[in-house]
Every structure is written in C-alpha cells, then in structure tokens.
Design a protein around this ligand. Sequence first.
Ligand code: BES
Ligand code: ZN
Length: 616
Amino acid sequence: MKIIASLFVVLLFGCRQPSSSEMPEKIPVNDPHSAANFNEVVTKHLDLDIAVNFDEEQISGKAAWTIDNTAKVDHIIFDTWRLAVERVTLGTEEKSTAFTLGKDSGYLGRPLEIKIDTGTTRVNIYYSTSREAGALQWLKPQQTAGKKLPFLFTQSQPILARSWVPCQDGPAVRFTYNATVRVPSNLSAVMSAENPQQRSPSGVYTFRQQKPIPSYLLALAVGDISFKAIDHRTGVYAEPSVIEKASWEFADMGKMVNAAEKLYGPYQWGRYDLIVLPPSFPYGGMENPMLTFATPTVIAGDRSLVGLVAHELAHSWSGNLVTNATWNDIWLNEGFTTYFENRIIEALYGKPEAKMQEVFSRQDLARAIKDLGETSMDTRLKLDLAGRDPDEGLGTIAYDKGFAFLRTIEETFGRDRFDAFLKDYFSKNAFQSRTTEEFLGQLNAYFEDDSKGLEKLRAAEWIRGVGIPSNMPAAVSPQFTSIDSLLKQWEATKQATGLSKLIVSTNQKLYFLRKLPSSITAEEMATLDKEFGFTRSGNAELQTAWYTIAIQKQYKAATPYIEKFLIEVGRRKFLRPLYGEMVKTAEGKAWAKQVYQKARPNYHPVAYNTIDDMLK
Ligand code: BES
Ligand code: ZN
C-alpha cells in the first residue's frame, strides 16, 4: 500500500519537469499590502490618459483597465491613496456603474470597490491625485539644475503607485500599458516604457509598455529633459546642463547590458536608458523598466559609483522579469540584484573591484544585524511585514544577506552550475511573480541529485533563521589588506602626510573611513582633511562617511558643508545616517531641527516621512 501511494506521488509530481508554459501560475497570493481582489479578477492592461498640472500640483484623467474576471465575481477592488474618484464606467460604451471608496487605512489608503458584470472586460476610472500623493514630487524651478522650469517625478515602489493611478497595487499583478500624457509644451515627459527622444511641440506624449509589469514599476518624469545616446540601445536623459557630465559618467552602460546578457540571458525590454533626476530623488536608483531613474549623486566625476547602474540594470532580470510575489519576498528582488550587480562589476572591471564591493556588503550586513539585534525577526530573508508600512520594514538585510546567500549557493554547487540554474530560473519564470517558497522549491528540484550539496547549503536556515548562518563564506580583498596596515600605522603615529598617495581609489578611501577608530579626535580629523580634502569631496558616499564622523566628533570645519549637503541632497540613504548621528545629542538635535527647516521643502515625501519621525 505504502509503495503504491508513493508511486502515485512520483507519478503525480516527480516524473515530468514542468516546462515554462506549464509552470504553476495561478497559486493564490496573499499580499498584506493590497486590498485588491486580484486572485479573483485581475487587471491585464492599462490605457492611461492623464494631464499634468503644475499649478495645481495635480494629475488627473482616466485609467481604463482591461480585466480578466476569472472567478466571475460581481465587483473588482483597486487600491487608491487619497485619489478623488469622479466617476467609473464599464466597457467601451462607458456604461456608468456604482462604486464605493472604503475606509482609509493610513499608508494602505482606501479600497475602491466597483460593481461589474461577470462579462465586464473594461473598467474606466476618472480620477485626480491629491497634493500629498506619496509617489509624486513637484519641484519648483529653483530645485532643478536649470532653475528655470518645474519638474515632476514619481516613485511607486513599494506601494505608492496607488497614490497616482488607481490600480491593483501588489507585485503579483502584471499588466501592459499605453499612456497619453499631457504636459506644458515647454516640458518633456518620459515613462517606464518606449520613450520619445525629442520634445513634442504639442506637449502630448504617448507611451507603450508591451511587456507585463507590476504596478510598482509605473513611472513618469516631466521636466526640461534632453537625451543623449550612448550606443544603439542605451542612452541618458537629463536636464540640458547635466547631460554631458551624465553621458560621460555612464559611458559603460552599453557594455554593462552586454555583460549582463552574457551571464543570464537576453535583455528582454528593448532599450535601456537612464534618467538623471534632480538631487531630491529619495533613492540612489529605481529600476523602472526601460528607463532607470537615478540620483545625480552617482555622478562623482570619475565613474567610481557606476555600480549603481549595474544594480538597476540587473533588476531587468531579477525584479522586473521575475518579481517578488509580495514585499515579504523582496530579497528575491534585491538580494539577487546585489549578487548580479557584483557579477556584472566583476565581468567589466575585474575580480578585485567586485571583491571590494563584496567586503562592503558584508560590513553592511554585520552592521544591520547589530542594529536590528541578532535575534530580530527582521534579520530573516523572508520578512513578515504584515501590519507595517513596507517602506519602513525594508532594510539592507534583503540586499546583503540575500547576496551572501546566493554567494553561498554559488560556492556550494560551483559557479558554472549555479549560473546555469539562474539562467534557467530567469527564463522559466519570466514575466511571473514568485514567492520565496517557490524559489526554494525550484532550487531544491534543480539540485536534487546533489543531496550532499543541499544539506551543506542549509537553505531553510538562511531563509527562516535570524542572524548570520555559520556557513556564510568570508569576503576578502587584497586591495584592503594594505589599507589595514596603513590604518595600524596611522593609529601608532597619527601622521597623515603622504597617505593620500597610498589610499587612492574611492573604494580604498571608503574602507579607510569605515575603519577609522572611534577614538579619533577633531584635531586628528583636521590633519586627515588637510591630506585628503574629505570635507570638500564631491563624492556623496565619501561625504556621508566623513560627515557622519564629523558630527560625532564635533569637527566644526565640516559644519557648513554638512548643512549644504543636507539641503541639496534628498537621497534617504545619506540623510538617515547624518540626521541619525545629529539627534544623538541635545545640541545636535537642535542643530538638526534648524537645518531641517531649510532642507525639508526640498525633500520627497519618502524622505521627509522618514526624517520627520527621526526628529520628533
Ligand atoms: N528598488 C530599489 C529601490 C527601492 C527599494 C525603493 C525598496 C523602494 C523600496 C533600487 O533598486 C535600489 O536598491 N536602490 C539603491 C541603490 C543600489 C545600488 C543599492 C539605492 O537607492 O540606494
Ligand atoms: Zn535594487
């Protein structure tokens, strides 16, 4: 009996390897951050027709959704956040229908429930955005590089798309889109789609995204934007005064796409362009399909920070092609991407460069685990963000522990076998959303012949365990060993003269700053500053590392530079440690509040919501 039963199981599950068309696609997903009933009725395509009004700081228009009512239900639920919904109609004939906006649940917004028929295929929503829309930042001309024209950009990840388009706002839902966007005729518009390379005299732009994307990849930027090609399929958008610097900095974009394709299969999105946004962009980069959004703080003038481009490009596979099913699975996006970024860097700039980045990642991981506490549930790869704003729950664990886990898999099975698995994984799961458990199932199935390897890997511990698993491989960089001895020497002599000839690259300087002893004094900082010029550096990574120590040690020479930096730059990754250091003392907190008064109007909602909490 037992034998028959297990034979049955083998027949049912074991014999065939599912091909890509047979992959399970319809497992219901439980997304704690969306009220949409997408497991019953799901959006497939969006026709967006909107006008962008800078005077009112408002987007308004029509979102026409093509839907697939698989469960034949009588209502469809969308996510919204402070959208004013004027009217809703069904079909191309625009028959009006009943709708209700449900209870406001804070960061989750309000569910929009619309009455449909079992045969309804199209739902038209006429709406406008609120001034507080979390995805939108409306910039005054003064906040741009050109200082003459206003600018607007969106940031939809993780759950802010609902503040500018009514949508089923969870990463398990995918749709294609067409958009018509009406902007003032002296401005250009670009989206996460096929983009214009020239200004439209009418101010009307049309876009097409023919690949199915999740809502968090909906993106729009409007401003005085020009374009410069890098090669046949890559290029840079930026304000005219920034375009030359930007295209120099990102000259390797084409080569990066080629290197990435060689690793994990063809680039599926057509063009790969990047737009440099004004300095208030709250992130380093955002992987909007076909058009990465980037902070101007990556333009260091020496191409030292272009790892960020490799990262956002890598998301074209890990994230945009195969997407985390919920934000609890975000390591499938960010951990894979951090690993993939490192592989692109290695392919293009060599192993030493890649190893240095890996050392930084391990340092960041150690710090994150120390800050969260070794037993914190938030140190697990699979997160539990239910009941929390995902924006606050998402930290560097997904990136750095995820990267370390993939490195562990690579070392366990060997690079060739792991690369073959990844290539296969991206192709089999293309344009699908996946949970951590689904990934693990596929990994186990792929390596099932190597039970020793699987045992050694201890994947369950990585995913569900807290802290750092004991089988994590160490990252060692010979480029940093020399810095270690220079640090020792400096600690013994406190002699800074000549060091800048030995500590040359941005990576080495960063490593040096990260490892300076906490006993350093303001006087000693002055001698290092004289040697390296850290205070006046134009490299935002170095500035942040140095200014953090300067605040801690009350190195006053840096004060005006810190203030200028905080007022100009809105990238949250830099703001957090700087304000975080300032609020540690009463005097520092008073200073922080005074600077923040001037700086806050420049920040994106994503940034000021975080800093508001820190300065309470
Ligand atoms: N997708 C992320 C940005 C993000 C994550 C926005 C979660 C909202 C929620 C993007 O790819 C990213 O990771 N950006 C990093 C840069 C990267 C080089 C680590 C950033 O902005 O610092
Ligand atoms: Zn990322």
